[in-house]
Each structure stands twice: as structure tokens, then as C-alpha cells.
Design a protein around this ligand. Structure first.
Ligand code: ADP
Ligand code: MG
Length: 701
């Protein structure tokens, strides 16, 4: 007698969905569209919500529009043809002297479920039709003669696609759970499950998809949420361990003498927050492992000053330092400010951007190699030079990256090639919500500047509609007359997009021929060359132009203290963080700033976002508000950062579990940095499969 070779559990789980009971080729196609290809995929297809069927109601107590379950006896069944291939099934349900009608369109096969006198439980949303209670396509549960209807039942609600409905999806997933969940391995050791109060997978998975009771849902979900967040936190903890322990950097401890020399260069005293950040940075730089720190604070909170302190410390110890900005305009501006601040010192600054000629670039490379340059300020061209083998940037002690969000996790990994690493400090003016900095940036240390330097002028923010235009432009003219300058910002628009939306050119034309006809206007947008942009910015800086009409290219970092007025058009088209960045442009000088946002918000969220923007000036607070408004659907650019989306955890809702997972992950990695112990073998595999590539953990395997 021959037997088919026994399949391994892994092979069983890899069974194509179409062989799962009740699927077949016709449902396999819509399932594939949901990326459900194997039995295993079905097991981990998490419900997006649950429908509480616990409202068992008497027909006499029904309310229009309620979602309920009604238990009764089948009094009549009527199936009729209503056209070719079309049918209507009507079932009359009786409960004492009350009746309810249930209807199914084009589902003649439902007929066989019902026989008169049978007890059934119907669930759905009730409405009154022709003076009678009606349920269309309710879910049906057949009850035995003496069987009590289930109470506290909760049904999963899955994401769907054309070709498969909720009921079919539930049946398919349930069939997979019944047949295949036995082949799943438990990734956690039993004592760990006990200690964490987690349900084992074989108890949790069926309850996740088909909770027998509302009370079992929470622990079932918790197990998977915890697992998902733990896997992420482990990946980040391992990465962090690698970045710190597998890497070497030159220790650059600040001495009292260096500290005094640096502070003398500034005409002001540092704020408490700046001093704390400087302390944190100095502590990191004194170590033999590379600093990997994020410095966050609103525009104008004094981040650049902290960065300059760190760079001067590196230079004082015979090292070179680099500052990388996301655009050429900003790189130039940084180079200018640094050169000004350092005019009285011997520090040599050079600018490195993509627009250097080959000869200029070669000359710069020679100077860098010969140590004739101390600070290199530039764009991504700096990173390119670091990656180059023939230019020894081996004396680079520190790299500052301005505007984190332009450089993702991946790019940072790519920057970290080679033998001795520089220390890294990343600056961002878009504060990151706490839960996010624990996840996406979980491998970074964070310093925050919440306090503004003294003498900062407030910005008065107004949210307005078109009826306020005349008054606003009159105010703008008055302030221009007093010598101030103004920005007018329009959203980026494609030519093909809604033509009625004010494009930057249109806005420019309208103002130049209308409200601001007597003033000197200029125009900047993304289609200009960097030289043209620089020329426009320069003449604005020199006050040759009074009003700069721009797309959001001025968003990041431009520093012109005399510009204190800003008008934002179509404000609903900007994100909250972006609006706040823009506002930062006009809080730089000794005069107060005035900002009017013209907007016609179409949604409640958009309205709430704009209202928050009008009410608070604190970027940290706005970041949290924005995060809350975006809700679980939006992964705050997780993809941009190269991380796969979370499938069951919601960082906002599950913050507590996140904290716990983080704590556990850090403890595990402190004890077993590469998770090499046998008891974590499966967990480690999971970490590597999910995050190995994006977080560059390959050599951990
Ligand atoms: P950020 O980089 O966070 O936008 P900057 O470091 O460019 O902020 O500082 C903004 C402005 O405030 C600069 O003109 C800077 O010289 C000034 N500044 C920074 N720190 C202080 C301070 N402690 N006291 C007074 N002025 C400061
Ligand atoms: Mg700055």
C-alpha cells in the first residue's frame, strides 16, 4: 500500500487558497486581489472591525435603522422569479403575534435554509417598508428547537473586494481557521506567554476571527497587536544595537576650553532647551560609537545653533564636519549663515552641490583631502561624495542632516558604509508625535527644543474666506508701506488639475494687476532652475522685491527676518505640518508676523485641521493633533520611510501595548542582542522576514 508523502506544516500553510474548503477558482480571483493567496494569508487576514450581534430584540421593540438580531419561527417562505436569472426570496418570521419580513434578491439557493416552523436568528439593519418590519439580506443562523439564541455574539468584518461578500469572506476565513490553524507554530515560549498574559496562538486565532463571546475578542486581538508591535520593536532594537555596537566612531569629548571658545562666538545666551540638547549631543559624541540623534524643534527654535556647536566641537578636535540640506537654496543659505557666524574664526567653510563644475568639484575634493576645509555644507552631493571610494572623507567626524523627512531610514543606512563612522545628528522642524518617534524612529535618540529663544515675535494667524480679501490686502499694503515684506503662497498644482484653482502664475498676475499693482512683485516656483530661484530669493533678501509669490518651495528653512506677512491661498490643500512650516517663515525678525489663510475646507477633518492651526502656535501640539485627526488609516509616511504598514495594530489606539512591546523588546535585546537563543528562533525569523531588508539587519541572521 503506497501513501502520498506527508506534507510538512509549512507546506500545508502554503496551500493555495483555491483548495481551501469553499473557495474554488471563482473566489480565488477576488481573494488574490486582496493579496490572499495561501491558507496562511487567510489565517492572518485580520478583521478591520467587528459587528456586535448581541442586540437581541423583540419585534415589538424595534427601531427604524437599528442593527439587531431577531429570533423567531419561519411562518412563510416564498421564492419567485422576477425576470431572467432574477429572483426574490421572502421569508416571514413570526414572534408571538408580531411579524418581520426578510428579503433576498437573486439568491434562490437561500431557499433551502428555511422550512416553516423552523427557529432562526436573523441579523441585520431593520427598516419599515409598506407598514411592515423588513430586513434585506440579513445573516441567518438556524437554531435547534430548544436552542437558545447566542447572546454576546460578535462577527468579524473583513475588507472586501468585488466578487466576494462579507458572508462568503467569513466562511472562507473560518474554513481556513478550522483546517489550517493547527499547522501554525507558536512563536513565543509558554513561560513568556504566561508572563505577558498573552493567549497562545491556537486559542487566539479562532477567537480573533469568530469570537464566541464579546469578552474573548480583546485578549485575542491583544495577542496579535502585541506580537506585531513586538516584532517591530525588536527589529528597531536590533538595528539600534547594530548602529551603536557594531560601529565605531572617533570619540569627540567636549572640553571646558572648547565649550567656552564655541560659546564666545555667539552674541546670545543659549536657551535651557538648547543647553540640554547640547549636553545630550556632547554626551553622544564623547562615545566611541556613532551618535544617532534626532533634534526636533519648530522653525526658529534654534536647532541650527545646536548643530553648529556640534560641528565646531568636531572641528576643534581636528575633524571635518558636514551639513546636508534637502535643497540647493537651503544649502546656500546654511553656507551663508555659517560663514557669517564664523567670520571671526578660522573655520573654513565650503559649499558642495550638484551644480559645481567638474573642475570646481575636483578642486574641492583636493582641498577636503588636504584638510583645508573644515565644514562642508551641501545637498545630497555630500552623501554621494561620502559613498565615493577615491575621496577620503575619513576625517569626517560629524554629519548633520537638516530636515529628516527628506531622508528615510534607508538613506541613513546607505550613508553608514565604510570603516569609521561619523557621528550623526538629524534636524527636523516637523516634530514627530511621540508614538511615531517610538516606532518609525525607534532607533534614534531624540532631543527636543520646545522653548523659543527670547524676543521671538508672535505670528497672528487668521483663517478667512473670500469676503475678507479686500480688508486683508489693505492691511498688507499698509505694512508694505512700513517697510515690511510679504510672501504669498499657493499650493502646488498640476496644469491638468482643477483649472479654477489659483495657480502661482495666476495669483501673481491677479495681484500684480490688482491689489498690489503699486508694489514690486516676484515669482518663485519649482519649475525654475536653482539659479533662477536663487536670484529671486536674493533680490527678495536685498529688498529689491517686496512681495514674493511662491509655491511651497519656500516651505523649508528660508530665513528673511524682514518678511513678516504671509498669505496662503487654498489653505485646505496644505497639510498641517506644512502650514506650520510656512508660518515659521514670518516669525524670524523683530516685527510681529501676520498670516491669513484663505481656505474653503470641504471636510470636517480639513476644518478641524485649519481651526487647530489658527488656535495654536506650538508645533509639538499640532503634530499630536494632526496625528489624531489622521487616524489609524494613515501611516504617517511609513511607506516613505520604507517600513511595511502595520496590519492590526493602531499606534494611536494601542499606545499602551506599544509601550509594553517596546519595553520588552529592549529588555530582550539587552540580554540577547541578536536573538540567538534557541527559544527565540521563530520570533527572530519573523523579525528578519518582515524587517530584515528595510532595516538592513541582514548580517544579524
Ligand atoms: P532653527 O534652525 O531651529 O530654525 P536657528 O538656529 O536658525 O533656528 O535660529 C533662529 C534664529 O534665532 C537665528 O537667527 C539664531 O541666530 C537665533 N537664535 C538661536 N538661538 C538663540 C538664542 N538662544 N537666543 C537668541 N537668539 C537665538
Ligand atoms: Mg534652521
Amino acid at each position: 500500500m503506497s501513501q502520498a508523502p506527508q506534507k510538512t506544516p509549512a507546506e500545508m500553510l502554503a496551500t493555495p487558497v483555491q483548495y481551501v474548503k469553499g473557495v474554488g477558482p471563482s473566489k480565488a480571483e477576488p481573494l488574490a486581489r486582496l493579496k490572499l493567496r495561501t491558507a496562511r494569508d487567510l489565517l492572518f487576514f485580520f478583521p478591520r472591525d467587528y459587528q456586535d450581534m448581541s442586540e437581541l430584540k423583540a419585534i415589538a421593540d424595534l427601531q427604524e435603522g437599528e442593527t439587531v438580531s431577531v429570533c423567531g419561527t419561519v411562518a412563510e417562505v416564498d421564492l419567485r422569479n422576477t425576470g431572467p436569472g432574477r429572483s426574490l426570496l421572502a421569508v416571514l418570521l413570526q414572534q408571538d403575534e408580531h411579524f418581520l419580513r426578510a428579503l433576498w434578491f437573486n439568491q434562490p439557493f437561500m431557499r433551502q435554509k428555511f422550512e416553516t416552523g423552523r427557529r432562526v436568528l436573523l441579523s441585520g439593519t431593520v427598516k419599515i417598508s409598506g407598514g411592515r418590519w423588513e430586513l434585506v439580506h440579513p445573516t441567518v443562523e438556524l437554531l435547534g428547537d430548544n436552542e437558545e439564541p447566542p447572546s454576546g455574539r460578535v462577527l468579524p468584518v473583513y475588507p472586501l473586494t468585488e466578487g466576494i461578500n462579507q458572508g462568503a469572506m467569513r466562511r472562507v476565513v473560518l474554513a481556513a481557521v478550522e483546517e489550517y490553524s493547527q499547522y501554525l507554530d507558536e512563536v513565543f515560549p509558554q513561560d513568556f506567554l504566561d508572563a505577558q498574559g498573552l493567549w497562545p496562538i491556537h486559542a487566539a486565532l479562532p477567537q480573533l476571527h469568530a469570537p464566541t463571546h464579546a469578552d474573548s475578542l480583546e485578549p485575542a486581538r491583544r495577542r496579535f497587536i502585541f506580537q506585531e508591535l513586538l516584532v517591530l520593536q525588536l527589529a528597531l532594537a536590533i538595528r539600534r544595537y547594530k548602529l551603536t555596537h557594531d560601529r565605531k566612531a572617533s570619540p569627540l569629548p567636549v572640553t571646558a576650553k572648547i565649550d567656552a571658545r564655541i560659546r564666545r562666538l555667539f552674541s546670545f545666551k543659549f536657551t535651557d532647551d538648547q543647553n540640554r540638547a547640547i549636553e545630550e549631543v556632547s554626551r553622544d559624541m564623547a562615545r566611541e560609537i556613532p551618535m544617532n540623534r534626532l533634534l526636533q524643534g519648530d522653525v526658529g527654535s534654534g536647532k541650527t545653533v545646536v548643530a553648529l556647536y556640534a560641528m565646531l566641537n568636531a572641528v576643534a578636535q581636528g575633524k571635518q564636519a558636514a551639513l546636508m540640506a534637502p535643497t540647493e537654496v537651503l544649502a546656500r543659505q546654511h553656507a551663508r549663515t555659517l560663514s557669517d557666524s564664523l567670520a571671526s574664526s578660522e573655520v573654513r567653510v565650503a559649499l558642495l552641490t550638484g551644480s559645481l563644475t567638474i573642475a570646481q568639484r575636483r578642486r574641492l575634493e583636493e582641498q577636503i583631502t588636504a584638510n583645508e576645509i573644515d565644514l562642508i555644507v551641501g545637498t545630497h552631493a555630500v552623501a554621494n561624495m561620502m559613498a565615493q571610494d577615491d575621496v577620503p572623507l575619513s576625517n569626517l567626524g560629524l554629519v548633520i542632516i537638516d530636515e529628516q523627512h527628506k531622508f528615510g531610514v534607508k538613506q541613513r543606512a546607505a550613508l553608514k558604509q565604510g570603516g569609521l563612522d561619523p557621528h550623526y545628528l538629524v534636524m527636523t522642524a516637523t516634530p514627530i508625535p511621540r508614538t511615531i518617534s517610538m516606532t518609525l524612529f525607534g532607533d534614534l535618540d531624540v532631543s527636543s527644543l520646545r522653548e523659543k529663544p527670547p524676543g521671538r515675535q508672535p505670528v497672528h494667524t487668521y483663517l478667512a474666506d473670500d469676503s475678507k480679501r479686500a480688508a486683508w490686502w489693505e492691511f498688507v499694503r499698509k505694512k508694505l508701506g512700513e517697510g515690511r515684506q510679504a510672501y504669498v503662497v499657493t499650493p502646488l498644482v498640476e496644469e491638468t488639475e482643477n483649472w479654477s484653482l489659483a495657480s502661482v502664475e495666476q495669483t501673481f498676475e491677479t495681484l500684480a494687476n490688482g491689489e498690489l499693482a503699486d508694489y514690486r512683485l516676484d515669482l518663485v516656483h519649482g519649475r525654475l532652475t536653482s539659479e533662477e530661484k536663487e536670484t529671486a530669493m536674493e533680490s527678495f533678501r536685498q529688498r529689491r522685491t517686496q512681495v514674493l509669490v511662491a509655491t511651497s518651495v519656500i516651505e523649508v528653512g528660508v530665513d528673511i527676518p524682514n518678511a513678516t506677512l504671509m498669505t496662503i491661498e487654498s489653505g485646505e490643500r496644505f497639510g498641517l505640518a506644512q502650514l506650520h512650516q510656512l508660518r515659521g517663515r514670518i516669525s524670524r525678525g523683530k516685527h510681529p508676523g501676520y498670516l491669513t489663510v484663505f481656505a474653503s475646507p470641504q471636510t470636517d477633518d480639513s476644518q478641524a485641521r485649519l481651526a487647530a492651526f489658527e488656535q495654536t502656535n506650538d508645533g509639538f501640539e499640532l503634530a499630536e493633533i494632526d496625528f489624531n485627526l489622521r487616524g489609524p488609516g494613515d501611516l504617517f509616511g511609513a511607506r516613505q520611510h520604507g517600513l511595511p504598514p502595520l496590519r492590526i495594530a493602531d499606534l494611536h489606539r494601542d499606545e499602551e501595548i506599544l509601550q509594553e512591546a517596546r519595553r520588552v523588546a529592549q529588555a530582550l535585546i539587552a540580554e540577547d542582542p541578536h536573538l540567538d537563543h534557541e527559544r527565540w528562533a521563530l520570533l527572530k525569523k519573523m523579525v528578519l522576514v518582515r524587517y530584515g531588508k528595510v532595516l538592513d539587519l541582514v548580517d544579524v541572521g
